[in-house]
Ligand binder design. Structure first.
Ligand code: MZP
Length: 503
């Protein structure tokens, strides 16, 4: 008969941390959340660290180039979704890699024969008052002039007045040449008392704008994650089907790290994918693998040469794999088991393979628990899907703003490669749902708040770094009855509780 594990399969909700001694130095400001992303030998450094232990899920509704830039600014990594054609995924990677902090592509552009009414309409639509006037009305057309609110008076002018009659023409404008640094651009802005500086290439085509407010990105984002050329670090998802085509295209586009995106990673398909990468690129190309939920799965991927291993089957908020197929494991049990295997592997081989807890984070404290249980970093889908920076639509439903969020195993995503076990190239049944999540505002504000809580709890446990926390944290299982005690109870709440959302 089958082997039956003695321990039940447990979720994060079933655990709590017990405080440890905290000295006066245990202050959130002193906590470092720096964490290794790829494997390293004892006594050596990892080739890649993140400044915060968060990555965004390899999902259509979560990780595009916009999310990649926003998360790298905070110090984490996005894995741009792979369930799209190779060319469009590579294009997203390229866009994120070529993003230069402070150099913003122009989102409001008109031709010189547009009218004042067009200017007013565009301003209303985009919410920006700087409009580039280019020959063909595109963001990278030949720059002919600029319109800001200083150039027109709505009360005195006919709305049909042509833009070319009131724009500031090119020969009266201040501009910068492509290639200048942000600090040089800012000097021009300050010397000329302008609010924005258009940047043009050698042929006079617009490439971007620098705005006065963006004058020091690094001061605003002290944790930003940059490569040696000061470009943001960007990840990308691959699958076990078309890697021979996809991997070279993603690397050409500048991807810094790859991950095999699969619902179940304890398979020969993953071994073949990693082997192909190692044969072609050696250890230079960094690739994570997964997902697994136990020591056997970890050991297999470690022996295959994975740079990190991702944990989680069936715990994602949009995932119905456990209902559909009866397979998976509670995320807490999975992380604890794999973390043990990772530590044993380290003792045995002297190679430390970081592990990533993927999916199932509902409350911020679940992040803290995942780290305490041994995860080096965390992957989140639902969490990031709620923010302005995610690619999905923001809608008003029943009087509340929501964002769309759908699983990679849903019919909408059509990501059959993630679930493929050979046979026809199609999704045979759904393992994910299409849903809404409450809209939550900007990524920056939310990440700061969530990590503020993580740091605060780490201080309660006397830990100033993730390795320290992993080593010294004490966890306890909670009883069903004591869970009630954890929320506000036996009082009449005036408002929805910020912790649990319960009234
Ligand atoms: P969550 O953060 O929304 O709880 O979970 C996100 C994770 O769920 C993803 O990183 C991925 O591993 C997994 N996922 C994505 N799509 C599906 C599905 O359609 C899924 N079943 O399980």
């Amino acid at each position: 008969m089958a082997t039956v594990l003695k321990e039940p399969s447990r979720t994060f909700n079933e655990y709590l941390l017990i405080p440890g001694y905290s000295g006066m130095e245990a202050r959130p400001d002193n906590v470092s959340l720096r964490t290794p992303v790829v494997k390293f030998k004892k006594g050596e450094e990892s080739a890649l660290y993140m400044n915060i232990p968060l990555t965004s899920a390899v999902m259509q509704a979560v990780s595009d180039d916009n999310m990649a830039v926003a998360l790298a600014k905070e110090g984490g990594i996005s894995f741009i979704f792979g369930s799209q054609p190779v060319e469009s995924q590579a294009e997203m990677v390229k866009r994120a890699k070529s993003y230069k902090a402070g150099f913003v592509p122009s989102d409001s552009n008109l031709r010189p024969d547009a009218t004042l009414q067009d200017v007013l309409d565009l301003k209303k639509e985009k919410g920006h008052s700087t409009i580039a006037i280019t020959e063909d009305g595109t963001a990278d057309g030949k720059l002919l002039g600029i319109v800001t609110s200083k150039d027109y008076r709505v009360s005195r002018m006919d709305p049909q007045t042509k833009v070319k009659e009131f724009m500031t023409p090119f020969d009266k404008m201040v501009w910068g040449q492509e290639g200048i640094t942000l600090s040089e651009a800012n000097d021009i802005i300050w010397d000329n008392k302008v609010n924005q500086l258009p940047i043009i290439d050698k042929k006079g085509r617009l490439t971007s704008f620098v705005f006065r407010k963006d004058y020091d990105s690094h001061k605003e984002n002290p944790n930003e994650l940059l490569d040696e050329n000061k470009r943001y670090i960007v990840g990308a998802g691959i699958n076990t089907r078309d890697y021979e085509e996809r991997v070279p295209a993603l690397l050409d586009a500048g991807a810094d790290i790859l991950v095999i995106d699969s619902s179940e990673g304890y398979s020969e398909w993953q071994a073949a994918t990693i082997k192909w990468i190692r044969d072609k690129y050696g250890d230079n190309v960094k690739v994570g693998a997964g997902n697994v939920v136990d020591a056997d799965g970890f050991r297999f991927l470690a022996d295959c040469g994975a740079d990190f291993v991702k944990i989680g089957i069936g715990g994602g908020s949009i995932c119905i794999t456990r209902e559909q197929k009866g397979i998976g494991r509670g995320q807490a049990s999975a992380v604890i088991d794999v973390a043990k295997a990772r530590d044993e592997y380290f003792k045995e081989t002297g190679v430390y393979i970081p592990i990533c807890s993927d999916g199932g984070i509902v409350y911020d404290y679940h992040m803290t628990l995942a780290l305490a249980m041994g995860a080096d970093f965390i992957m989140l889908g639902r969490y990031f899907a709620r923010f302005d920076e995610s690619p999905s639509a923001k809608l008003m439903v029943n009087g509340n703003y929501v964002k769309e969020y759908w699983g990679e195993g849903s019919a909408r995503a059509r990501n059959w490669q993630r679930y493929d076990l050979g046979g026809d190239s199609k999704l045979k049944f759904e393992e994910g749902v299409d849903s809404y999540v409450p809209y939550a505002g900007s990524l920056h504000d939310n990440v700061q708040m969530s990590l503020g809580k993580v740091k605060s709890t780490m201080c309660n446990c006397g830990a100033l770094s993730i390795p320290d926390f992993q080593k010294n944290a004490k966890l306890t299982l909670v009883s069903a009855v004591s869970i009630v005690e954890g929320g506000a109870h036996d009082v009449i709440l005036k408002e929805v509780s910020p912790g649990t959302g319960q009234r």
